[in-house]
Design a protein around this ligand. Structure first.
Ligand code: ADP
Ligand code: MG
Length: 696
């Protein structure tokens, strides 16, 4: 591609366009909000709106939309054209400041968890100037926060923005107490890595389960899976490479810094990472990444699967959420520097995060839960469901020294010399990597590895920011009251280390021993989404969210209802899809298959009475007996699903879907997969795993 520098950001109403098109005072006012977090000066709204409209129209836009993130886990948009009432026979294109600042979508048709009745419909979308407006399909998309008429937040962006503000306030208090007088703002930085699968569109279209649920509900393992480790970082196939190139270009136009791409562990699985930014724009950016992946795939006759577990038996997808805190002058507060033992500021922030993660493990675990992720967490491909923290050798050694009361040294980097004269000697990081840890310190940031691949990263980051803020506020309170700040810092660090060593674990998180060990350490092992949602009604978590005005108790409770409902609906759709596929496709196909073979037995016997038809007879017998089992499994699932649907309490219902319906689904699948293996390829009614995983 030519002129990457010109292409980058060309579809974003970003800083350079603003500078070009706005008057100095308006530009400065906007910049103060975007960069310094100062209140938005709404008097400039008319000017900004007009400049946005002109820019968008010049680029071919006809409409604008308030782009928001309701609690459905996908983005929402309602398009309005720029056309306003004609004046003197001339069409006028317009976007007023009022229209830029506030929109009024109907709030009753989005999940509100009982916060809004169907009859009280009014809702607002409010402009978030800190995330840039962008162009998509001739529409100017304006990022907004979605709330109800009475001010309850009904989306994922509102709480995230509040949490970033709170984190900044608390971190600045700590820095100030440490003698820093220059930092005005601390930014939570986030770099998400997105995993996904790519399958052929025509093959995909023959699978109802992929269409309705995003994952395969049936499917025997192909002869080859991921056991040869030959896909990870493998050569990218031409068709996929062409798709990836288009994705990069689309994202670059939207100012999203797609940086790294590679094949992932499972066949047909890939990853895309963008460069980190502030958590709000990273969250918006990741929504756009997911949308672009899906859209561009279709152009290549491919389908992008974002589900956490599209295929049983091989790895599923997640999202690694790299997180840190940085001052407005660019100092990463989680940078240990070369001698972390001498860097008390680092140790204070670092141990505060450790304490936050330990104390609010259940809340973090919730933030990474959805029906899809239940297939991954704890299943030897993703982190366990137990929250622990990997700190690495160097920092483990420091924690050890702190605990012993004598902090004197830091293990440093060392040299790596392979003894090949023509190769350079390189420096080795102070710490190896650990791939099994859910919350891993990776040099100068934490990597939260539990997040689901298909959902927004806002929830996880809201929780991380909120719980870290709580501990930082405790630290700030103590430092502000201390007569000897330096001594108090040491005291806090030592205390935090001693109290929270239990959550630090550098070993193999996939092992059974860890599960036992974690239990001894008192770490929660919350295995399912249903159980994880309890974090939303946990008093300790509600207290943090209320204290910082991120979410009220009522909003937390409504999210609890929504999460449970969402889970129940997901499983219900899966069960219904299975029933449909099993009764309308698999059952008729296997009956026909057995009937054809039975007929062929008669034909052969009639022609050659002495012919050996034992193979055919055995096959018919086996298929028939499995068909009977299949029929029973269908009936059992139907009954369970109906019983779950009848439950009225949201928790009981979700529980029934998980511990009854889901079990019956697995039983049905098991029989169907056995049939798939013995039934002839031509007779099977939809594409198999081999067809899906190895034909792009
Ligand atoms: P991997 O874990 O795959 O080796 P990288 O080291 O390439 O990944 O980094 C992963 C992500 O971490 C990238 O999105 C990168 O921009 C992000 N990242 C790097 N530094 C920070 C930071 N200070 N805060 C948040 N994210 C960061
Ligand atoms: Mg990573």
């Amino acid at each position: 591609m030519k002129n990457l520098d010109k292409v980058f950001g060309s579809n974003v109403f970003g800083e350079s366009v603003m500078k070009e098109r706005l008057t100095k005072p308006a530009f400065k006012a906007l910049k103060n909000t975007i960069e310094k977090g100062l209140p938005l000066d709404t008097s400039v709204a008319d000017e900004v709106a007009n400049a946005m409209k002109d820019w968008a129209v010049e680029k071919g836009a006809t409409h604008y939309t308030h782009w928001f993130q309701p609690l459905t886990d996908i983005t929402a948009e309602k398009h309005d054209s720029f056309i306003s009432i004609p004046s003197e026979g001339k069409t006028i294109l317009k976007l007023s400041g009022k229209e830029l600042i506030k929109g009024e979508p109907d709030a009753s048709s989005f999940p509100s968890g009982g916060l809004r009745a169907t009859c009280s419909a009014r809702g607002y979308t409010i402009w978030d100037a800190t995330s840039p407006a962008f162009l998509k399909n001739n529409t100017l998309c304006i990022p907004t926060v979605f709330c109800s008429y009475t001010g309850e937040i009904l989306d994922k962006k509102g709480p995230l923005l509040r949490s970033t503000q709170v984190l900044s306030e608390q971190a600045v208090r700590v820095l100030k107490a440490l003698g820093n007088t220059t930092t005005k703002r601390v930014i939570s930085t986030v770099g998400p890595e997105q995993e996904y699968f790519i399958v052929d569109k025509k093959t995909y279209e023959k699978r109802e389960d992929l269409i309705f649920t995003g994952r395969t509900l049936f499917g025997a393992m192909p002869p080859k899976g991921q056991e040869l480790d030959d896909h990870y970082f493998g050569v990218i196939k031409d068709r996929v490479a062409a798709f990836m190139s288009d994705v990069d270009e689309e994202l670059w136009k939207l100012g999203i810094s797609a940086k790294t791409k590679h094949n992932e562990v499972a066949p047909a699985q890939h990853e895309l990472a963008t460069i980190f930014s502030d958590s709000n724009s990273a969250a918006d950016g990741n929504q756009i990444v997911m949308e672009v992946l899906k859209k561009v795939a279709l152009k290549h006759d491919l389908v992008c699967l974002l589900h956490e577990k599209p295929f049983a038996g091989i790895n599923g997808s997640g999202k690694h959420n790299n997180w840190s805190m940085s001052t407005d002058d660019g100092v990463n507060l989680l940078d240990p520097t070369d001698t972390p033992h001498n860097n008390k500021q680092f140790l204070l922030f670092f141990t505060s995060v450790i304490k936050a993660v330990n104390k609010y493990a259940d809340f973090l675990r919730y933030s990474a839960s959805n029906a899809g992720n239940d297939h991954r967490l704890g299943a030897n491909e993703a982190p366990p469901a137990i929250i622990s923290i990997f700190v690495g050798e160097q920092l483990e050694d420091i924690l050890e020294q702190i605990e012993k009361g004598a902090l004197t040294s830091s293990k440093g980097e060392s040299k790596l010399d392979l003894g090949i004269k023509t190769l350079p000697v390189v420096t080795k990081d102070a710490t190896d990597r650990n791939r099994t840890s859910p919350f891993a310190f990776t040099g100068n940031k934490f990597e939260f590895r539990m997040a689901p691949s298909s959902t927004p990263i806002s929830s996880a980051n809201t929780v991380i920011n909120a719980v870290v803020s709580e501990i930082l506020s405790e630290v700030a309170d103590r430092l502000e009251a201390a007569s000897d700040v330096d001594a108090e810092v040491s005291k806090i660090i030592t205390e935090f280390v001693k109290e929270n060593r239990n959550v630090v674990f550098n070993g193999n998180g996939y092992s059974d021993e860890w599960v036992e060990e974690a239990e001894k350490r008192g770490l929660p092992n919350i295995k399912t989404t249903v159980e994880a949602t309890k974090a939303l009604i946990n008093e300790k978590n509600i207290a943090v969210m209320e204290k910082f005005h991120i979410l009220s108790k009522a909003e937390m409770e409504s999210r609890y209802e929504i999460a449970l409902e969402k889970y129940s609906k997901a499983i219900n759709i899966e069960a219904l899809t299975m029933l449909d596929m099993a009764s309308k496709k698999i059952l008729p196909a296997v009956i026909k298959y057995a009937t054809d073979i039975a007929a062929s037995i008669n034909t052969i016997k009639a022609a050659v009475p002495s012919a050996d038809v034992s193979a055919q007879t055995e096959l018919v017998t086996e298929v028939s007996s499995l068909t009977a089992e299949l029929n029973k499994a269908i009936a059992v699932l139907k009954t369970s699903n109906a019983a779950a649907a009848d439950k009225t309490d949201a928790y009981d219902q979700a529980y029934a879907y998980k511990f009854d319906v889901f079990e019956k689904m697995s039983a049905l699948r098991e029989v169907a997969d056995k049939l798939e293996v013995i039934v002839g390829k031509e007779a099977w009614p939809f594409p198999t795993y081999s067809d899906l995983l190895f034909n792009v």
